[in-house]
Design a protein around this ligand. Structure first.
Ligand code: HEM
Length: 386
């Protein structure tokens, strides 16, 4: 009997209970709302086995538009070039190597003083505008957006347009053709920027990439993914994280006492990326007690895996003072998030500065509106007062 389609997220801070319940049963065939039948993987060990083995579980380029059905060859030719999530090694390695050096821990340490300044300026603006304020629009979105724009060489002045495009692209309730058209708009915008950079390359990533041996459409695709991933994810972690931290004075104190530890636990407990890109089985393989055939699609639930008792004791508890273990909030294996060092640093700096500047900060939103129709989980708005 067909099962009803399974949604990957529902309002609230915990993963969809049916997903966690599946953990004990190994992998299971489910129907996704967009119509695909996939093997759903929820156990931490199985998720690591899939994401850690790109030879047997390749990245399904046809499913690179998250939450949309398979793309046709024509559509694929338009949105695939340059996107590291749409390739397996060695093609993936070639793309990733070009930008990996920009996001190392060492580069982030050099960048940190400037991120402090960006955060301080936003806090000044928030304070000037006065209490109450929306932390999402006034802080969580602008901080990572300003940072990634500067690193890439994308004008921050264009943020309203690209932000709007990315929100609609990530909206799984929109028809897939609409979302694909938005992806193409985004590429057209970046192609123009790349053209300009070619005649006057700046001292930024776009400048470096137009000088590299990448094809034009690859430069555009790579910058598109970095711009999208660089602010949507971190912004949502900042807004959900603030809602969680402000709910208890103990949590605020725990973050200020050990920000790095607390940020890892927030990443694990909140896990804003529901699944990442589906993988496709390339050769018959056993997983979670089932035999998977070539061509089968596999989707990993990162929130379910991060609440696996094999990762930490009492996984549903948020304990900001514990070591969150090697969670999979940034994925695992060759596609492990390229921007993880940047995201970690931004969160540490931003949470610490916001809580220090406004010691009496409190949430005044009458209710929290979760972005559960988006590929990346978050809050629509978070009203705070001080
Ligand atoms: C990949 C999560 C921030 C750039 C990924 C993946 C996850 C993830 C789960 C793996 C997807 C998969 O395997 O299918 C997050 C979270 C972030 C964050 C939770 C913030 C808290 C960033 C930032 C950047 C970035 C700031 C920009 C520099 C990328 C890129 C990939 C990626 C380029 C693809 C890597 C590859 O295919 O080799 N991210 N990300 N992410 N992320 Fe992030």
């Amino acid at each position: 009997m067909p099962t009803p389609p399974l949604h990957m997220r529902r309002a609230g801070f915990d993963p969809v209970p049916e997903l966690s319940a599946l953990r004990d049963g190994g992998v299971r065939l489910v129907d996704l709302p967009q119509g695909d039948r996939v093997w759903l993987v929820t156990r931490l060990a199985d998720v690591r086995a899939v994401l850690g083995d790109p030879r047997r579980f390749g990245n399904s380029a046809h499913h690179v538009v998250p939450g949309a059905p398979a793309l046709s060859e024509e559509e694929l030719a338009l949105v695939r070039p340059g996107n590291p999530l749409a390739f397996d090694p060695p093609e993936h390695t070639r793309l990733r190597r070009l930008v990996a050096g920009e996001f190392t821990g060492r580069r982030m340490r050099a960048l940190e003083p400037w991120v402090h300044e960006v955060v301080r300026d936003r806090l000044d603006a928030l304070e000037r505008a006065g209490s109450p304020a929306d932390v999402v629009a006034g802080f969580a979105l602008p901080v990572p957006s300003l940072v990634i724009c500067e690193l890439l060489g994308v004008p921050y002045a264009d943020r309203d347009a690209f932000q709007d495009r990315y929100t609609r692209f990530f909206d799984i309730s929109l028809p897939p053709e609409r979302r694909l058209a938005i992806a193409l708009e985004s590429r057209a915008y970046l192609a123009e920027l790349a053209d300009r950079a070619r005649s006057a390359p700046g001292d930024d990533l776009l400048g470096a990439l137009v000088r590299s041996d990448l094809r034009e459409e690859e430069v555009v695709g790579l910058v598109d993914l970095l711009l999208l991933a660089g602010h949507e994810t971190t912004a949502n972690m900042l807004s959900l994280g603030m809602a969680v931290l402000l709910a208890h004075p103990d949590r605020r104190a725990a973050l200020l006492a050990a920000p790095e530890t607390a940020v890892e636990e927030l990443l694990r407990w909140l896990t804003v990326v529901h699944t990442g890109v589906p993988r496709v089985v390339t050769a018959e393989v056993e997983l979670g007690g089932r035999v998977l055939e070539p061509g089968d699609l596999v989707v990993c639930s990162l929130p379910a895996a991060n609440r696996d008792p094999d990762l930490v004791a009492d996984p549903d508890e948020l304990d900001l003072a514990r070591e969150a273990g090697s969670h999979v909030a940034f994925g695992h294996g060759v596609h492990h998030c390229l921007g993880a060092p940047l995201a970690r640093m931004e969160m540490r700096v931003a949470f610490t500065a916001l809580l220090t500047r406004f010691p009496g900060l409190r949430v005044v939103s009458p209710e929290l509106r979760f972005r559960d129709e988006q590929v990346v989980y978050g809050l629509e708005e978070l009203l705070v007062a001080w």
